[in-house]
Design a protein around this ligand. Structure first.
Ligand code: ADP
Ligand code: TRP
Length: 333
């Protein structure tokens, strides 16, 4: 059976959190039975911010363990490290010849980084979308499950694919699309109401898959709320909406309906709601945390998974590079 090809990656830049889980990993798990899936740890992308060499391996191994603990099955998908697929840097080099300085400088994530780390505006940051396009096009993927923040990068991947096709006169690369199950991509906000949950910002307002029970309880009890609605059926501020979203993702439908009803009738007690959410979140995170910790104790097992994943992925990446070399004219022997 010919299954649609799916690719996605997570950078090894820190501890995974609820945003990564509900925005990305949960969708990976849903696709693993129906699609040809390639999921990888984007360790080259992590190098753009110059991480300490000692931290690279534990970070990569943790991302692998947390993905598996969340339900990803390495027997069903190819789960690998980006740096293990030597064809990716070759395609990155080829695509760099079709990417223009002007368009790369305009990418919002690049502009953010220039603002955030003016002392380290390296060429790898500028060409981040080219490397990401290589990650995707190396398997000639059609679907890419990612959060909303990645849409612009996907648009660039489509541009590079079609530019390559036009230059060499064949439909070699399909144009990959962002994939989401429902109409909207999930976006989990930080618990203090400031922006999205992310790996390294707002540590105390981010719930990590590695947080212990009491840390989860404390973080949720400190989440931003207010006096409550002043009139029945009032619109929710985004930070309240975020708490209801988390409740909906982890509690029973009855519990969610009960608190939604209380909100609409103006008799909601946020303290009670947070206590309930804290317990549901503890129940949700605990098995993932425990399984991930257990997996991380067995480094040999993780190494084997990464090796097998890279081998599985190499069949398609080698075929793509062979085809691309031929089209470009690197065809000497
Ligand atoms: P981070 O931004 O935390 O460093 P990554 O950039 O490695 O995470 O993103 C990995 C995946 O998780 C991407 O598909 C991204 O869209 C998704 N993601 C990250 N943060 C969130 C969030 N707060 N809500 C929903 N999805 C998210
Ligand atoms: N840029 C993505 C992020 O920050 C991670 C990533 C790298 C990726 N290569 C990819 C995601 C290829 C999907 C496909 O989240």
């Amino acid at each position: 059976m010919n299954r649609e090809v799916v690719v996605s990656g997570i950078r090894s830049t820190g501890y995974l959190h609820l945003g990564n889980y509900f925005g990305a990993i949960q969708n990976y798990v849903k696709m693993q039975d129906t699609h040809e899936c390639y999921f990888f740890v984007a360790d080259y992308h992590a190098l753009t911010t110059h991480p300490d060499p000692k931290e690279l391996k534990p970070n990569v191994f943790r991302v692998v363990a947390e993905n598996i603990a969340s339900g990803l099955d390495p027997e069903k998908v190819a789960l690998y490290a980006q740096s293990d697929l030597i064809e990716i840097p070759e395609l990155y080099l080829m695509l760099n010849m079709l990417a223009y300085k002007g368009e790369l400088e305009k990418v919002p994530t690049f502009k953010d980084k220039v603002r955030m780390q003016p002392e380290n505006v390296n060429a790898g940051l500028l060409t981040y979308p080219v490397l990401m396009a290589a990650d995707i096009l190396i398997h000639r993927a059609v679907k890419v499950p990612v959060g909303k923040d990645q849409e612009q990068h996907l648009e660039m991947a489509r541009n590079f694919a079609s530019r390559f096709n036009t230059r060499y006169g064949v439909d070699f690369f399909p144009e990959p699309q962002v994939f989401r199950f429902n109409q909207d991509t999930v976006k989990i906000m930080s618990l203090d109401g400031n922006g999205k949950m992310s790996k390294s910002e707002n540590v105390s307002a981010t719930i990590y898959l590695s947080d212990d029970d009491d840390t989860i309880r404390k973080k949720i009890m400190k989440a931003k709320t207010d006096q409550g609605p002043a009139e029945p059926n009032a619109a929710m501020p985004d930070y309240i909406q975020n708490l209801f979203l988390l409740l909906q993702l982890t509690a029973t439908p009855e519990v969610t309906a009960q608190f939604t009803g209380a909100y609409n009738n103006c008799n909601i007690r946020y303290g009670d709601m947070k206590k309930q959410l804290a317990e549901d979140m503890v129940t949700f995170v605990r098995p993932i945390r425990e399984r991930a910790a257990e997996l991380q104790r067995d480094e040999d097992a993780i190494r084997k998974i990464l090796k097998a994943g890279a081998e599985k992925a190499r069949a398609s990446s080698a075929a793509t590079i062979a085809g691309a070399r031929k089209l470009i004219g690197i065809n000497y022997y």
